[in-house]
Write a protein that binds this ligand. Structure first.
Ligand code: ADP
Length: 594
C-alpha cells in the first residue's frame, strides 16, 4: 500500500480492525443486514413449530375427556395445522432470499479479502519471501480462506439461528413454567465452564493442525514443481516419505484436537440431555402435584427439546469459530505485513547512471555472512559495465540491491546521484529491465509472455520487439504463431528461444538501464549468434550492467569489474586487466566461453 493510501485508510481501517475481517461485510451491508434480519425472522418463525405442536397435542390432552366436543376440537386442530402450514410457507419463502443473500454477501466479502490478500502478497518485500517458503505461503492462504469461507457461509448463520432459537425458546419456556426454567438455567454455568476449558485447547490444536497441513502442502508443491528432479534422482520414495511424515504430524495434532473436541461434545450432550431429563422429572412431579397444567407441561417439554437440538451442534459451532479465529489471525497478519512503497513519484524521473558507494550487505536470512563488503561501482549513462568473478562472489546480489529487493546495511545505492527515496522504488524499477540467466516463461501465449515487459502493448509492438530480438522467425514457424501456448502446459522452447523471448520482453519494456545475467550454458553456435545479435540490439543506447560469462562480452565492455569475496578486486578494460596479469587474466583464460 502506498503511503498516501495508508494515511487515507486509517479512519476506515479502525472499524475494520475492531470487527476483524467481518468488517469486509460492511460494503455489502445492504444485502447482509436484510439477510441477517430475515434469518432472525425465520428463526423466530421456526418457534411457531413447537408452539403449534404443543397446541395440537396439549389441546386434546388438556380437554376434559368426559364431555369432549370432538367436532369443535377437530375444527380447532385443523385450524392450527393450516396456520402452521401457512407460517412454514412464509418461512420457506423468506429462507430462499436469506440463503441467497448470505451467499452473495459472504462470497463478495471473501472475494474482497482474497483480492486484498493477494494485492498485499505481491507487494511484500523480498525478505518476506526469503523467510517463508512459497508453497507454505500459498497453501496456508488457501486453507485459511477455506476456513473463513465455511464460517461466513455456514457457521455464522447457524450461530445466529441458534441464538434466536435459544432466546425465543427460553421466553416460551419461562411462560410455560418459570420454576422449571430456573432449574434448566442452572446448567448454563457448566456450559460456560466447558467452553472456557475446551475452547482454548481446541483453538490451539486446530491452529497447529492448519500449520501441519500447510507443511504437507509444501511437499506436494515442491515435488510437483521439480518433478523432473524427483524422477531423475529416483527420489519418489523419498518424497513419499516426506509427505507421509508431514501428514503424520498433521494426524498427530488432529487426533489430540479430536480428543478435546470429543470431550467437549460429549460433555455438552450429557449436560443438555441430563438437564432435560432432570427438568422433565421435576415437571412430572409438578404435574402429579397439580403445580403445572398438562398443556404447559407439553409446551415446556417440546420447547426444551426444540432449544436443545440446535444446542447439540454448539460445540461444533464453537470449535469452528475458534478455528476461524486462528485462520483470521494469519490472514490479517498477511494483510498487515508492511509492503514495499511502489508509488511512482509524480514526476517521471529519467535515470541513466548508477552508483554503489561503499556498500555493505548481509542477507537477513543469513546474518553471519557479509556478502558485500565495501563495494564501489559507477556506471555512466550509456556505458556498458561487465561484472565478472567466481560464482558466489556477490554479482547477483549487486543486481538485487540495485532493484531495491533489499536495503543495504551501509553505504548507498544512487541513480544519477539520487537515492532510492528521492527517485522512488517504483521509478527506479521502471527504469530497469532484467534479462535473467534462466528465463522462466509462465502459462500463456508467446504474445502474452513478451507483452509482460509492457502490459498493454499492442500486438504490432510485440511483433516489432520480437523481430529486433531475432525471435520473430521461430515464433512464426509455429502453426499458431504468437498465440502458441508456452510455460508449464504449453510447448517447450529451447534455451536460446527462451532467451530471445526474454530479450524481446526487455526491448518492449524499453528501459534506460539493462541488468543482464548472461547465460552460462553455451548454446549451439547458430542460436548463440542469434542471441548475441539480439542482445546487441537490446543494449544499443542503454546503460548496461552485465554479469558476463563470455569473452566477447567483456571485450566489448567499457569497463570490467572483477568481484571477489564481496568486494571489487580489480577494474579496467580487458586489455588493461590482461596486462596486469591478476585474477581477471586467470578467469579469462579458464572460465569464459568464447
Ligand atoms: P554470484 O552471483 O556472484 O554467484 P550471489 O550474489 O548469488 O553470487 O551470492 C553471493 C553470496 O550470497 C553467496 O555466498 C550466496 O550463498 C549468498 N546468497 C545469495 N542469495 C542469498 C539469499 N537469498 N539468502 C542468503 N544468502 C544468499
Amino acid at each position: 500500500m502506498s503511503k498516501v493510501d495508508k494515511k487515507r485508510g486509517k479512519a476506515g481501517a479502525s472499524l475494520k480492525d475492531a470487527m476483524g475481517l467481518y468488517g469486509y461485510m460492511g460494503k455489502y451491508k445492504m444485502i447482509f443486514i436484510p439477510s441477517l434480519a430475515a434469518l432472525f425472522f425465520t428463526a423466530a418463525l421456526s418457534l411457531a413449530f413447537p408452539y403449534f405442536l404443543a397446541d395440537l397435542i396439549g389441546g386434546p390432552l388438556g380437554a376434559d375427556h368426559s364431555d369432549i366436543d370432538t367436532t369443535a376440537l377437530a375444527a380447532k386442530v385443523n385450524r392450527v395445522v393450516l396456520t402452521l402450514i401457512a407460517v412454514l410457507l412464509v418461512q420457506a419463502i423468506i429462507s430462499y432470499f436469506r440463503v441467497r443473500g448470505f451467499i452473495k454477501a459472504g462470497e463478495s466479502a471473501l472475494t474482497d479479502i482474497r483480492k486484498r490478500v493477494f494485492a498485499n502478497m505481491v507487494r511484500l518485500p523480498m525478505s518476506y519471501y526469503m523467510e517463508s517458503r512459497s508453497g507454505e505461503l500459498s497453501g496456508r492462504v488457501a486453507n485459511d480462506l477455506g476456513v473463513l469461507r465455511e464460517t461466513l457461509l455456514t457457521t455464522v448463520p447457524q450461530f445466529a439461528r441458534m441464538i434466536v432459537t435459544l432466546l425465543g425458546g427460553l421466553v416460551f419456556i419461562f411462560i410455560a413454567s418459570p420454576k422449571l426454567s430456573l432449574i434448566m438455567l442452572c446448567s448454563i454455568p457448566l456450559v460456560i465452564l466447558a467452553i472456557a476449558i475446551f475452547g482454548r485447547k481446541i483453538k490451539g490444536f486446530s491452529k497447529q493442525a492448519q500449520d501441519a497441513l500447510a507443511d504437507s502442502n509444501v511437499v506436494i508443491e515442491e515435488s510437483v514443481q521439480s518433478i523432473a528432479d524427483v524422477k531423475s534422482f529416483g527420489n519418489e520414495d523419498f518424497e513419499q516419505n516426506r509427505y507421509e511424515e508431514s501428514l503424520s504430524r498433521f494426524m498427530g495434532v488432529t487426533l489430540q484436537g479430536a480428543k478435546a473436541r470429543a470431550a467437549f461434545t460429549s460433555f455438552i450432550i450429557f449436560t443438555l440431555l441430563g438437564t432435560i431429563a432432570t427438568v422433565v422429572w421435576f415437571g412430572a412431579q409438578m404435574l402429579i402435584d397439580g403445580d403445572i397444567s398438562e398443556g404447559n407441561f407439553v409446551l415446556f417439554v417440546l420447547f426444551s427439546i426444540f432449544v436443545a437440538a440446535p444446542l447439540g451442534s454448539f460445540p461444533e459451532v464453537m470449535s469452528q469459530l475458534q478455528k476461524t479465529a486462528g485462520a483470521t489471525e494469519r490472514i490479517r497478519e498477511l494483510m498487515d505485513e508492511p509492503t514495499e512503497d511502489l508509488d511512482r513519484l509524480a514526476a517521471t524521473i529519467e535515470i541513466g547512471g548508477l552508483e554503489l558507494k561503499d556498500v555493505e550487505f548481509t542477507y537477513p536470512s543469513r546474518p553471519d555472512k557479509k556478502v558485500l563488503d565495501g563495494v564501489n561501482l559507477t556506471v555512466e549513462p550509456g556505458q556498458r559495465l561487465a561484472l565478472v568473478g567466481p560464482s558466489g562472489s556477490g554479482k547477483s546480489t549487486i543486481f538485487s540491491l540495485l532493484l531495491g529487493f533489499y536495503n543495504v546495511d551501509k553505504g548507498s545505492v544512487m541513480f544519477d546521484g539520487k537515492s532510492f527515496d528521492e527517485v522512488g522504488l517504483g521509478n527506479a524499477r521502471a527504469a530497469m529491465a532484467v534479462v535473467p540467466q534462466e528465463v522462466l516463461l509462465f502459462g500463456g501465449s508467446i504474445l502474452e509472455n513478451i507483452a509482460y515487459g509492457r502490459p498493454g502493448a499492442t500486438a504490432d509492438e510485440v511483433k516489432e520487439a520480437a523481430k529486433k530480438a531475432n525471435a520473430h522467425d521461430f515464433i512464426d514457424e509455429f502453426t499458431e504463431g504468437y498465440e502458441t501456448l508456452v510455460g508449464p502446459r504449453g510447448v517447450k522452447l529451447s534455451g536460446g528461444q527462451r532467451q530471445r523471448v526474454a530479450i524481446a520482453r526487455a526491448i518492449l519494456a524499453d528501459p534506460k538501464i539493462l541488468l543482464l545475467d548472461e547465460a552460462t550454458s553455451a548454446l549451439d553456435s547458430a542460436s548463440e549468434l542469434l542471441v548475441q545479435e539480439a542482445l546487441a540490439e537490446l543494449m544499443k543506447n542503454r546503460t548496461s550492467l552485465i554479469i558476463a560469462h563470455r569473452l566477447s562480452t567483456v571485450k566489448d565492455a567499457d569497463k570490467i569489474l572483477v568481484v571477489q569475496g564481496g568486494a571489487i578486486a580489480e577494474q579496467g578494460t580487458h586489455d588493461e586487466l590482461m596486462a596486469k596479469g591478476g585474477t581477471y587474466k586467470l578467469l579469462a583464460e579458464t572460465q569464459f566461453n568464447s
